[in-house]
Design a protein around this ligand. Sequence first.
Ligand SMILES: Cc1cc2nc3c(=O)[nH]c(=O)nc-3n(C[C@H](O)[C@H](O)[C@H](O)COP(=O)(O)OP(=O)(O)OC[C@H]3O[C@@H](n4cnc5c(N)ncnc54)[C@H](O)[C@@H]3O)c2cc1C
Length: 375
Amino acid sequence: MKDEVLILGGGVAGCAVAISLARKGRSVTLIEREPTPRHKVCGEFLSGEALEDLDLLGINVADLGAAPIHCVRLAAARRAAEAPLPFPAASLTRKTLDAALIARAVDAGVCIEQGRSVQSLRRQGDTWLATLDDGETREAPAVFLATGKHDVRGHARPKDPERWIAFKTYFRLAPDQAAELANASELMLYPGGYGGLQPVQGGIANLCCVVQQRFLAKAGFRWENFLAKMQHDCPHLAMRLAEAEELLCKPVAVTHIPYGFMRSVTEEGLYCIGDQAAVIPSFTGDGISIALHTARCAATAYLAGEPAQLFQAKLRSALLNQMLLARIAADGLNNSFARAVLPFCLRVWPGVMRVTAALTRISQPAAVTSHAIAR
Ligand SMILES: Cc1cc2nc3c(=O)[nH]c(=O)nc-3n(C[C@H](O)[C@H](O)[C@H](O)COP(=O)(O)OP(=O)(O)OC[C@H]3O[C@@H](n4cnc5c(N)ncnc54)[C@H](O)[C@@H]3O)c2cc1C
């Protein structure tokens, strides 16, 4: 069967580009592996840019019950520094967000095939051939690769040398801790990685954390040991999780995340977007906004007849500075010396948060405060 446009992956980037193209009258087919939206590993923070792009797609996250986020807090050992966000931000579960995006795509006229997985993608003449898990082949002259963290055979991204592993779960916090966390996104540092805690809709909190494989090995590759170790190394997290109820029977997890990856080349008719275009370190909370941005740019390029190779090269140049700065900040967070001195920095130099925020595009907070976590 031949399609005009084929979109592989129905997450943030795939749905966004599908909606934009269908609204312009293009005949679009989207293939999504999962039969229905499910929990994904994600901190679920939506930056100001992401909210603007979602609004353009007809999604108002407040209507979906998103929790507003007004400030960021950085916690290391027993100290934390806090900075207000200079833009409106929110958090919303990916299950809710992805379901809303799929619904908007259906409304726009996109033909969605859920529960079908793309096994490989290859070019034959001027046509792309996508082979699905049941052996069926779909053809189109233009393909948007939006499979996120998962690679399609023939288009794999480089391996992740640090072997990152990420987890997400939900907690119902004790009332006093839920009140302290309200409207804040907290970033916590520990050896081998970092974690984020923030309220999402329905009075629950998202804990999303990343760790290098060799550090997880020290916890015997067991979630409960790793959770205990994070709390031991970051008492702020232990305080937040005291008497909390873990809501998923086990966390969702993903391995081998190629942080810092940027796709520089592609082939005719193949537009790579979202995590297939660039993977920014998770602590920035910018992955979703980048996915939406790359989808918007790709739709514009395709509609203007811009070749995919030119689109991909321009996208890379546009994202380069943000990616480099995020990488430098991530190296700082992962550096054991930086982690050791950070508690003192937070006490004597609260402006450290201003620098971290600027590096991660949470730019120029109006005021910064620092306080010790009393335990
Ligand atoms: C630990 C962690 C925390 C993060 N926290 C945040 C955060 O707080 N805020 C933020 O903005 N970003 C965050 N991100 C990044 C964000 O999750 C991603 O950048 C974003 O989801 C990328 O969107 P996407 O559309 O490329 O991929 P996705 O949204 O993951 O969508 C990809 C889709 O493709 C489908 N798919 C995969 N393989 C196939 C296949 N073979 N065939 C068909 N379909 C397929 C999947 O089922 C999925 O629905 C985080 C990432 C990590 C790892």
